[in-house]
Design a protein. Structure first.
Length: 314
């Protein structure tokens, strides 16, 4: 069952009418009417998604039915073996990681898991990593580097967990160490923004050689609500903040922050998750192939140069 967003209400009304007609017991031939309504709904959906505002894209990026880490790994990674713990404090369920095979190639995979229902969202802390999660990520990046295994990350978080306990355990230092580990590894590294890419909590898993992004995902230093609360002292200005922050895949590609935009199925990845994941897999495979001929020194230099170049005036 599709969960419709606020701006999708006209489409929802048409699809409800189609469902009603299909479920009717009328002896009349309703096929022509259903076909007409389906064409109208498809066109309306296409037109709606062709002109989404940055705030509407934020709502799509947060849609609960979008592919999550477990869905992506389940479809793209064979022989996945989870690896847990930071060897210092605990295991963090918000950041999942492990070894597996991607299209026959051994890889280290990690990413944020938000959860798909109330119980799993609480278990995974809504995808907000704690210090132990980022220390685990750094540990496993170093492990991948030691055994010359490429790294793939799938980013989907509103940001690192801001709770008191996380701060007491060194959240800022853990995020910084994870980011440092990203820059230090001498193996091919591809990061994919699949939902929200929020603040340092996202960057700590996305300081990669190549950054790809789903068409309707967002990536920014802060959430639109947080930005609006700081600038205008009210979260009601979130739509204005989303516009100003240039957080969409299209803006970020133009600014040189990301490398590739992965086209989503009509109506967003939440409408056809398996198709979306397959497209994501093709994009990841392409980027890994492009990086395969580089030496460890070249990979490090490429990654460092990429991030140093961001924000520089032409």
């Amino acid at each position: 069952m599709v969960t419709f967003l606020e701006f999708e209400k006209p489409v929802a009304e048409l699809e409800a009418r189609i469902k009603e007609l299909k479920g009717s017991s009328s002896s009349l031939d309703i096929a022509p009417e259903v076909e007409k309504l389906e064409a109208k709904a498809s066109k309306l959906l296409r037109d709606t998604y062709a002109k989404l505002t940055p705030w509407q894209k934020t709502m799509v990026a947060r849609h609960p039915a979008r592919p999550h880490f477990k869905d992506i790994v389940g479809r793209l990674i064979e022989d996945f073996t989870p690896l847990a713990g930071d060897r210092k404090f605990a295991e963090d369920a918000a950041i999942q990681a492990g070894l597996g095979r991607f299209r026959g190639q051994p890889v280290m995979v990690m990413g944020h898991e938000k959860g798909s229902d109330t119980a799993s969202r609480i278990k995974h802390n809504f995808g907000m990593g704690k210090p132990e999660g980022y220390r685990k990520a750094a540990r496993l990046m170093e492990l991948a580097d030691r055994f010359n295994v490429p790294i793939i990350t799938f980013v989907d978080t509103s940001g690192a967990f801001p709770g008191v306990q996380a701060e007491e355990r060194g959240q800022a230092e853990a995020v910084a160490r994870s980011t440092q580990a990203c820059l230090s590894v001498g193996v091919p590294f591809v990061a994919a923004i699949v939902g929200e890419g929020g603040s340092g909590g996202a960057l700590a898993l996305a300081t990669a050689n190549r950054i790809i992004m789903f068409e309707h995902s967002v990536y920014a230093v802060i959430s639109p609500e947080g930005c609006a609360s700081i600038l205008w002292r009210t979260a009601d200005k979130a739509a204005d903040a989303a516009e100003a922050m240039k957080q969409t895949a299209q803006d970020l590609k133009r600014l040189g922050v990301i490398d590739t935009i992965v086209e989503e199925p009509l109506g967003g990845a939440q409408r056809a998750p398996e198709e979306a994941i397959d497209r994501l897999g093709d994009a990841v495979a392409h980027e890994l192939q492009q990086l395969s001929g580089l030496t460890p020194a070249q990979l490090k230099a490429d990654r460092r140069g990429k991030f140093l170049a961001m924000g520089r005036a032409a």
